[in-house]
Design a protein around this ligand. Structure first.
Ligand code: PLP
Length: 284
């Protein structure tokens, strides 16, 4: 693979980052994942907007313009001959040359890393026909989950717990209410109404969530932005998740209980189709 490090395109085994990089020592960095279908980037603008917001919340410099990110993403897609896959971007506060809790002085340039992941058939995941099974787990992440930081240890632990229990993912719960999946936003459908937690510092503001809610409104579907419990989700007609890499993925089981018929439902199926069709059309 050819990867990008601080303005250079290098073979992956020649790309290096300092052990003093604050991304490595302090998880002091933010990231984005953008999907690629037919060689084009989905929701690119939305990911740029969130990247700038995450950087701003952490008072971190943005080293590149949107146009420069776009050119670099496209260059990596081309150099790595990616038809379907992902582009990963991480920006850290850089390498001050030593370890200190205080932010480094101005002029310590950020570190920028980008790489691609080839995922042939990304939009044709067989699971979209059968749906995911999930477990629920206490949400023990930090309190600023709206910032897309690289502090991913807890979601990673939750994913491993889900795998150990033979399912696909975990929905995290705080004060009895579902926050989100380990790397996706969570939804239920009851009597035709789509329900998903409202935006706040408690969840990541999904770019796919924004697009899917827009398409749902355009298709005259009812949407309620409010929190829900696991019991309400188990009693719903359908459940699903959204993310840049899974698009719209049905959820058919939660903590061993079938959701609705236990089969993939019509609302999730339709939203997946609309999302893929509309975002492919707008892809850059
Ligand atoms: N929630 C969390 C915790 C995530 O990590 C992600 C993506 O990684 C999402 C939601 C979905 O966001 P997006 O649709 O922008 O991929």
């Amino acid at each position: 693979r050819t990867v990008y490090v601080n303005g250079e395109y290098l073979p992956e085994d020649q790309a290096t980052i300092s052990i003093f990089d604050r991304g490595f020592l302090m998880a002091d960095g933010v990231y984005e994942v953008v999907s690629v279908l037919d060689g084009k980037l989905l929701d690119f603008e939305g990911h740029m907007v969130r990247l700038k917001r995450s950087l701003g919340e952490l008072a971190m410099d943005n080293p590149l313009s949107d146009d420069e990110y776009l050119r670099a993403f496209r260059a990596l897609v081309e150099k790595n001959a990616i038809t379907d896959g992902l582009v990963y971007l991480q920006v850290t506060r850089g390498n001050p040359g030593d370890r200190d809790f205080a932010y480094p002085p101005a002029g310590t340039g950020p570190t920028v890393v980008m790489f691609t992941q080839s995922k042939p058939g990304l939009a044709d995941a067989p699971a979209a026909k059968t749906g995911w099974k999930v477990i629920s787990i206490e949400d023990a992440r930090w309190a600023r989950r709206d910032i897309k930081t690289v502090q991913l240890l807890y979601p990673s632990m939750a994913k491993m717990e889900a795998k150990a229990r033979g399912v696909d993912d975990a929905w995290m719960v705080e004060d009895g209410l579902v926050t989100e999946g380990t790397s996706n936003n969570a939804y239920i459908v009851k009597n035709g109404t789509i329900v998903t937690r409202a935006l706040s510092n408690d969840i990541l503001h999904g770019i796919t969530r924004a697009a899917v809610l827009r398409f749902a409104a355009e298709a005259q579907m009812q949407v309620e932005e409010r929190s829900f419990t696991i019991a309400e989700a188990q009693d719903a007609d359908e459940a699903f998740i959204t993310s840049a890499s899974a698009f719209v993925m049905p959820v058919v089981e939660i903590d061993g209980a079938a959701v609705g018929t236990g089969q993939v439902g019509p609302v999730a199926t339709r939203l997946r189709e609309i999302y893929l069709e509309e975002s492919r059309k707008a892809a850059v």
